[in-house]
Write a protein that binds this ligand. Structure first.
Ligand code: B1M
Length: 214
């Protein structure tokens, strides 16, 4: 697999080219490329570069939205291959995922959901902008083993701590493993708020879930 196709996909995301991004992603997997590398080598760097342009005033919100659409089209193009790879594996634990209240970023969380499913886990994805109380209610309802929280804004990181605090106060902390992720989150923050783990990217989030449910 040539590096050129990964570059082409990254460029398509940065050029807000939805059909080009979809076509490049599809081509990579058709030519035997690793769908996980599509995320780490093309989609994430492409969006990060757009975020940098946004932060420095070289791109504006509409462009971010279009880049997100191009990224989503690329993810959709690799989804069948990712799920096919995991199809033979049985589900061995249930993971509840949500982006916390005040945050509508979901591309990273959706990739985590996809990779978890591909690894054989059952995923209940609540979506974005979710209140802690709703997340905890859902965890009870679906009897999840893991609660996975995503936050991409620095301003929404404190919602993660609030959720863990409620678990502690209600005597339910031992019932669930709580994992966190998202660009501004790190291991030190996970330790500080008492999370059971932190996933720097989707592939390592899957490893973490495997370890916690072994
Ligand atoms: Co927004 N945005 N955005 N945005 N956006 C960022 C996050 C920002 C860093 C851009 C910048 O300024 N450089 C900045 C935040 C600054 C800060 O927090 N200090 C920002 C801002 C400011 C905003 C708005 C406030 C802009 C505005 O309205 N003025 C607004 C906020 C809306 C809200 O949430 N309330 C906003 C809106 C948007 C869009 C809607 C346009 C769009 C989101 C579309 C969508 O998600 N459907 C968007 C986008 C696309 C971005 C950037 C460019 C890309 C985010 C992304 O998808 N990355 C982002 C810049 C950046 O990240 N550098 C930016 C790719 C994705 C694959 O990576 O999400 O990190 P990531 O996920 C990774 C890992 O983190 C990990 O695995 C994933 C895959 O490897 N991971 C987990 C994620 N969740 C996990 C959970 C786990 C484990 C691992 O366990 C449960």
């Amino acid at each position: 697999m040539s590096d050129q196709l990964y570059e082409e996909l990254k460029r398509a995301v940065m050029e807000l080219d939805t059909s080009g991004a979809s076509a490049a992603a599809k081509k990579i997997v058709e030519e035997g490329g690793d769908p996980v590398a599509v995320i780490s080598r093309s989609i994430r760097p492409g969006l990060e570069a757009m975020g940098e342009k946004y932060a420095t005033g070289q791109a504006f919100l509409p462009e971010l939205m279009l880049a997100a659409q191009a990224a989503e089209a690329a993810v959709a193009a690799i989804e069948p291959e990712l799920l096919r790879r995991g199809a033979a594996r049985p589900a061995n634990a249930r993971v509840l995922l949500a982006t916390v209240k005040g945050d509508i970023h979901d591309i990273g969380k959706n990739i985590v959901a996809l990779l978890l499913k591909s690894a054989g886990f059952e995923v209940v994805d609540m979506g974005v902008d979710k209140e802690g109380s709703a997340i905890l209610q859902k965890a009870e309802e679906v009897r999840s083993d893991i609660i996975g929280l995503s936050a991409v804004l620095t301003t929404t990181m404190p919602r993660m701590k609030e959720i863990i605090d409620v678990l502690v106060e209600s005597g339910k902390r031992e019932k669930y493993k709580v994992i966190i992720g998202g660009a501004p989150v790190n291991q030190a923050f996970a330790d500080q708020i008492g999370a059971d783990g932190y996933g720097p990217d989707a592939a390592r989030a899957v490893e973490l879930v495997r370890k916690l449910t072994a």
